[in-house]
Design a protein around this ligand. Structure first.
Ligand SMILES: NC(=O)c1ccc[n+]([C@@H]2O[C@H](COP(=O)([O-])OP(=O)(O)OC[C@H]3O[C@@H](n4cnc5c(N)ncnc54)[C@H](OP(=O)(O)O)[C@@H]3O)[C@@H](O)[C@H]2O)c1
Length: 232
């Protein structure tokens, strides 16, 4: 019998919160994890994970808002197949009820433009893999039909992210690429704050199940970590 091939997972923003929980989960399942973050030197939790995971977790630098950084990672990885590419990195900037141009542009760059540039840079790596799964961690705050309560830059950035990923789910379907557009719920992380529904580990469990279930039928569908379809 053929030995099952090892799944390769690339995660952005893997040093903290949901990204770290996903890296931990996939490493525990035996995947090869390319754990990227802005500052590998300061990524103590990720370094501890790498140290306890044999050779399965590689920590590489990536700032998703920086095209030079994306190009550098692409050079490092070359033509290595990536089965699951998770655009997890994201940010919010206060103030909540005002539009401050510099903050707005920064949030858009990280949350909306970054995932598109990362997807574009690693498209060939996805297409040459066996699973071909592109994932974005979005938010229920991207839901236009339920929108209220400020958070302009963050909401607008996640709406733009949703549109970009939805388009890729159609445009890249002929190459077999499946796109997960996953709302993680309200999660106990630096971004989620002190009040939350689920821990990062519970969230990562749900997200990994949804990613495992990705198929042409649900590619590009906006859904949450439980598989409940979210309203656009
Ligand atoms: N927590 C929630 O309740 C919740 C709800 C809905 C959606 N989300 C989404 O879930 C994702 C993960 O958030 P989280 O809750 O885990 O927040 P978090 O703990 O604040 O982690 C955010 C991660 O994104 C990274 N990051 C930010 N800007 C980056 C950049 N330019 N390049 C690379 N990495 C960057 C951070 O790195 P640094 O440590 O270097 O800053 C960190 O690793 C985000 O996309 C967020 O919008 C979270």
């Amino acid at each position: 019998m053929d030995k099952p091939t090892q799944t390769t997972v690339l995660i952005t923003g893997a040093n903290a919160g949901i990204g770290l929980a996903l890296a931990t989960r996939y490493a525990g399942e035996g995947a090869a994890v390319i754990a990227t973050c802005r500052n590998p030197a300061g990524a103590d939790d990720l370094k501890a994970l790498a140290a306890s995971s044999g050779e399965r977790v590689r920590i590489l630098p990536l700032d998703v808002a920086n095209e030079v950084s994306i190009a550098s990672l692409k050079r490092t990885l070359g033509d290595e197949p990536i089965d699951i590419l998770i655009n997890n990195a994201g940010m919010n900037l206060q103030p909540k009820n005002q539009v401050v141009p510099e903050n707005w542009m920064t949030v858009m760059r990280v949350n909306a433009l970054g995932p598109m540039l990362v997807a574009q840079a690693f498209r060939d790596n996805l297409v040459m893999s066996s699973q071909k799964k592109l994932v974005a961690i979005t938010s229920i705050l991207a839901s236009i039909s339920t929108a209220r309560d400020g958070n302009f830059a963050y909401r607008q950035s996640k709406v733009a992210l949703n549109m970009g990923m939805r388009v890729l789910s159609r445009d890249w379907a002929d190459d077999g690429v499946l796109v997960g557009l996953l709302n993680p719920g309200w999660v106990g992380t630096r971004m989620g704050g002190d009040y939350f529904w689920i821990t990062a580990d519970e969230c990562a469990e749900g997200l990994s199940l949804r990613i495992a279930e990705l198929s042409p039928a649900n590619s590009g569908v906006f859904q949450d970590y439980r598989g409940v379809v979210s309203r656009w």
